[in-house]
Design a protein around this ligand. Structure first.
Ligand code: SF4
Length: 93
């Protein structure tokens, strides 16, 4: 469950995450610097809307929402190559 203190009332039946920067809609739970190193401070408790948006290509599929968010913060959309594990050494034949 999302910590109630991090939410604000939208209407009698819904809440949303509070924001710390209304102009950029920066979620109060976001930690770090977008474009450098950022993460969700309540990842295991994040709301369902956040669980529904997976990073583009993490599981082999594009994500228009992910692309839009990254472009909105001045970053390039992710590609499948972004998920290659640099720690994996290819097996020789
Ligand atoms: S995943 Fe959701 S709750 Fe977590 S920082 Fe992003 S918008 Fe906020």
């Amino acid at each position: 469950m999302v910590p109630p203190a991090l939410t604000e009332k939208l209407d009698p039946h819904r809440v949303s995450m509070r924001v710390t920067d209304a102009a950029r809609s920066r979620c109060v739970a976001l930690q770090g610097t977008v474009g450098k190193a950022a993460s969700c401070g309540i990842y295991a408790q994040r709301p369902s809307v956040c669980r529904d948006v997976v990073p583009a290509w993490e599981f082999g599929a594009a994500s228009a929402q992910c692309d839009k968010a990254r472009i909105g913060h001045g970053m390039k959309p992710l590609t499948a190559a972004d998920w290659l594990d640099p720690g994996v050494v290819p097996q020789s034949a």
